[in-house]
Design a protein around this ligand. Structure first.
Ligand code: ADP
Length: 477
């Protein structure tokens, strides 16, 4: 049994901007179920609803000093549904804001201070609790300084793991922030240091100081070691050798399971699909679309070029020409939103866009659509394609990263397929996958058989938790 502390900037159900929040709850809970002593530490943002989630203040408060500046932190606590302890670090100066990282106009300019203090406060919390975890598992650049502080400041070291949920977010700041965040200049080195093309990278700080580095699927782990997929970090990753690996995320079937999902107008299962038709009617009504003659495609997610939504927006005339209809739920880059809006204008009754972050509606899309589109340019793991398989909504995906690892193409692997993949990232390939989806949907018996197979896929957290457990054994001190 290991004592493991997760340091993360978002945790479902308290705060969330993406898949990181899902993992930060589901992995600790899976580890707790397996008998480990697990806790999570995360910021108490202003938008976290303390009353709704039973978050209580504790008597613990302490000052944290970095670069000559001192801030006071108060500790609040709550538990995840299965009992894993969550500690919230409250500091109005850093977290008393409307958003987690920034507004539509850009990131908060002092994010380097906000998350340097967060990392330092996580250690101060351990001291206050008189707890020295066997392993500190930090997530993404926001907790990137944790493995480094572990080496710089502490005599009694914990083993450290850093998980990269998306290498595109590197926590890059001007070199001048070094003294402000309490880092000595001798750490500012290209090899084994925090320097990255003349700037400081909080993510690289974590990568070079952690005992082990992981990312969230085996294929993405391979892709980021190449020049093409490495976003400049491929050399750093290759130098890690076998300290770097990919462990596929699991899905939280407690929240995403059509036979128990209370957010659906009607539950259903592979044995009785009647409820799925009711969900489809609700979805069409919610998006103001008439009953289509062809398949209904769904999209949920950040509307960004990473997710390939620029490619999809450019492909909507093909989708409509192939007889499809489309519902899109998401928020993101203005230009991508605009091109979806323009397509909805061109194709009234066939394409409908909802610019919102709406968790209940996301469940209705997953359940009500016939196909789920995820044409990501790159995809570290991706959760929505895993959820959609469980809901019998066949994923149409670009064969990259975690999408490659979780979806089997119906034509490439007859008898085993669970979705449709396209390999070249261009309009013709995506349009071709959409046409194949239409043909599959027309062949009702085959479509149902593949739906049932997709629903039987199991990406629960148990297997992933076991892989992390093996890693913890290697790095624990
Ligand atoms: P990423 O973490 O890159 O954003 P993932 O597919 O790994 O992508 O996870 C996205 C998560 O965020 C899913 O749980 C998805 O349902 C949710 N999500 C994203 N955008 C929205 C939205 N507009 N409304 C509701 N849920 C959303």
């Amino acid at each position: 049994m290991a004592d493991v502390l997760h340091v993360t900037s978002e945790v479902v159900p308290f705060s969330k901007t993406g898949g990181l929040a899902d993992v930060s709850a589901a992995l600790p809970e899976a580890l707790s179920r397996r008998g480990h002593k697990v806790a999570v530490v995360t910021p108490l943002y202003r938008k976290v609803n303390a009353a709704r989630h039973g978050i209580r203040p504790t008597a613990l408060r302490f000052p944290v000093t970095l670069g000559g500046r001192t801030c006071d932190f108060a500790v609040h606590e709550a538990a995840l549904p299965e009992g894993t302890a969550v500690y919230f670090l409250a500091c109005d100066e850093w977290f008393g804001r409307d958003e987690l990282y920034g507004t539509r106009d850009g990131d908060y300019p002092d994010n380097y201070l906000r998350f340097a203090f967060f990392a330092a406060a996580a250690f101060r919390l351990m001291r206050a609790l008189r707890r020295r975890p066997d392993v500190i598992h930090s997530h993404d650049w926001q907790a990137g300084l944790v493995p480094m502080f572990n080496q710089l400041n502490h005599l009694e070291l914990s083993g450290t793991v850093l998980t990269i949920h998306n290498l595109a977010y590197q926590g890059l700041f001007p070199a001048q922030v070094m003294p402000e965040v309490g880092l000595p200049w001798d750490c500012f080195r290209a090899y084994g240091g925090v320097e990255f093309w003349g700037r400081v990278s909080f993510l690289k700080a974590g990568m070079v100081h952690a005992d082990a580095v992981t990312t969230v699927s085996p294929t993405y782990a391979r892709e980021v070691c190449t020049r093409q997929g490495g976003v400049g970090m491929d050399g750093v990753l290759r130098a890690l050798g076998d300290r770097f690996s990919g462990i596929l995320n699991g899905a939280d079937y407690g929240a995403w399971e059509p036979s128990t999902d209370a957010l659906l107008p009607s539950q259903y299962s592979a044995a009785d699909m009647a409820g799925k038709a009711i969900c489809r009617d609700r979805l069409l009504a919610d998006f103001g679309l008439p009953e289509p003659n062809g398949p209904l495609f769904g999209v949920v997610g950040r509307l960004t070029s990473q997710k390939g939504h620029d490619l999809l927006a450019g492909c909507l005339d093909d989708l409509v020409a192939a007889g499809g209809s489309l519902v899109v739920l998401g928020t993101g880059e203005r230009a991508v939103e605009e091109s979806f809006r323009a397509a909805a204008g061109r194709h009234p009754g066939r394409v409908s866009l909802r610019v919102a972050y709406d968790e209940p509606l996301a469940h209705i899309v997953e359940a009500g659509a016939d196909f789920f589109l995820m044409p990501s340019r790159f995809e570290p793991c991706g959760l929505n394609q895993i959820y959609s398989m469980r809901y019998g909504t066949l994923p149409v995906v670009h064969a990259t990263g975690g999408l490659e690892d979780t979806v089997r193409d119906v034509d490439e692997e007859p008898g085993r397929g669970t979705g449709l993949k396209f390999r070249a990232f261009d309009r013709a390939s995506l349009a071709w996958a959409i046409r194949r989806a239409r043909d599959l949907w027309d062949d009702k018996a085959r479509y149902l058989e593949i739906q049932r197979r997709a629903m039987a896929e199991d990406f629960s957290w148990e297997a992933s938790a076991r892989a992390y457990e093996a890693l913890y054994e290697r790095v624990a001190r």
